[in-house]
Design a protein around this ligand. Sequence first.
Ligand code: F6R
Length: 586
Amino acid sequence: MCGIIAYKGNRNANEVIIKGLKRLEYRGYDSWGIGIKNHEIKITKKLGKIGAVSLKDLNLENANIGIGHTRWATHGSVTEENAHPHLSKDKKIAVVHNGIIENYQQLKKFLQQIGIEFKSETDTEVIPQYISYLIKQGKTFEQATKETLNKIEGSFAIVAIKQDENTMIGARRGSPLVLGTNENEFFLASDVPAFLEYTKDVVYLDDDEIVVINNNLKIFNLKDNTELKKPKELINWTLEQAQKENYPHYMLKEINEQKFTVKNAIEQPPELIQKVTKMIKESFGVFFVGCGTSYHACVSSSYTFAHITKKHVNAVLASEFRNYENFLTDQTLIIAVSQSGETADLLDAVKTAKRKNCKIVSICNVVGSTLTRLADENIMMNSGPEICVLSTKTYTAQLAVLLLLAYGSADRLDYAKEKIQQASVAIPKIIDNNLEKLKELAKKLKDHKSIFLLGRDLAYPSALEGALKIKEVSYIHAEGFAGGELKHGTIALIEKGTPVIVFITKWTKQLILSNATEVKSRGAYIVGTNAEENELYDFFIKTPELGNANPIVMIIPIQILAYYLAIERGCDPDKPRNLAKSVTVK
Ligand code: F6R
C-alpha cells in the first residue's frame, strides 16, 4: 500500500509528481522518491513525509517524463536505499512499485549469480534489474517489461521508464493503477486524486493489464499479449473534495462532511436497492464481510437485520472468512463492505466466495476499484474521496446503505430514508453543540493509559468502532466491549479515574446504566452519550435517540474526541503511525 504517480506530457513532470505525491501521501508516508528522465534518469529520495516539501527546495531539473512514489514499508526498513524509484544496475531502468513480489528472493538470487549487485533490501529492485537483464539479451523495453511481469508471482502496480526512450509503461495485478488521459499527456496513479487537477478522463486497468505509452497508447493483456480496447470513464469527484479547504486536517473536514455524505449514501437507483434486497431475501446464507471500520459497519448491520427482518445474516472479518468456506454455495450472498475496494483480505474473501459461485454485492466508495470489478452488483457510498487514513465519513455512509438494505428487506424502505435523513440533520447539531466540550474532554483524557467504551445491542459495534478511532489516531489504548461482558474480565482493569464512555440507547437503558453503575462504583470516570442526562455521568454528550439509526449519530462525538486526543498528544490525525489508507497486503 504505497502511492504511485507518473507523468508523460508537455508539463514539468516534477511539479505534477510532487503535487500528486502530496495528494497520495495517505497511502504511505515512510519515505518518498521521484525519478525524472532527460538524458539520464535522476532519482531523488527522502525519508519521512512529503507534506512540507517545496519543489523549489528540491531544485530538480525540468523534465517531461517522471515517476514518483510514497512508501509504506513492507520489505526492508525505512531507509533512502529502500525508498522508490529503484534503478537497474546500469541506471537505465527506473521502477516504482506497489504490492509484494512473492518470488523476489528466487529472482534476486538468479540475478546476483550472474553478477548483478543489489542496492536495497526491497522486493521491488528485482523488477528494474530483471528488465535490464532481458534488454541486454536483445529484448525491447516493452518485451522485457512484459516478460519480467509474467515471471513475477504476487501483486504489483508498477510504472517503469527507460533512460533513452520516451516510453512509460504501467501494469497491475492485485494493486490499483489508474490511467488519466488528456490531449497529449498521460498520468498513471494508484488513485485518482493524484491527477484530478489535470484530467477527469480515466481508464481503469484490470489485473494483468499493461499500458505502453509513447507517441500513442496501447493496452495489452499481460498473459496472452492481445491488445485491448478499454473505455474511458469520467470521474465525478471534484478537486475541492480532495483538498483540505479551510480545515487544519482532512479528518476534521471529513467528520464535518458527514451531514452531506450520509444523505448522499442513500441516493441510490431504486431498482438497484430493489434488486439487492431481493437477492438478500432469496439467498440461503448472507455474509457481511469487511475489515476494520468496514467490519464494524457489518456487525452493526447484523444487529439491524436482527431487529427489522426475519433474515439471519452473518458478519465476518474478511481475514477470517476462509473458515466459512464450507458453508458457501451458489445460493450464498456476500455483501462485501469496503471504502477503498482494494483491501487485500477482503478481495481474498470475495475471490474465495466467487470460486464457490456465491453472488457478490459490494458497498464501496471507489468507482472502478478491484472490488467493484469482482462484484455482481455495486452500491456506491457516494462519499467523495476519503483522504484521512482513518475512516469517518465512509463508516456512516456504510451504516446508511446497510440500514437501507435492512429496512428494504422488510419492505420499509421509506422509513429507513426518513430515519437516515433525521440522522443527517442531527449531525451538524451534534458537532456544533459538542465540539468545544469534546476539546475539553480530550484535554482531560489525554494522559490516560486506557479508555473503555461500553455498549449493548447496536451500541456495542459503536463501542468497537469508537475504540478503534481513539487508538489508531491518538495511540491511547482503547477497548470497546459489550456491557454484559464487563464482569467477565474487563472490569478488572477499572481503577480510580479510568475513563469509560457509555453509549446509552432507549432499548438498552436499564441494563447499560447498571453496567455504568458497576464501573462507577470502582472509581471510573463516566462519559455518558445519550439523549438525556443522568446523575451517574461525570461528563455528558447529548446525541438524539434515533432507534436503528443511532449508530450513525453515536459515533460522531467519538470521532471528534479521537481527533482532539490526537491533537492534544501531538499526533498527526491524517497520518497515524504504521498505518496507510488501503491495506493491500495480507
Ligand atoms: C480505520 C480504517 C481501517 C479500514 C480497513 C478497511 O479507520 O480506516 O480499519 O476500515 O482497513 O478498509 P476498506 O474499508 O478500504 O476495505
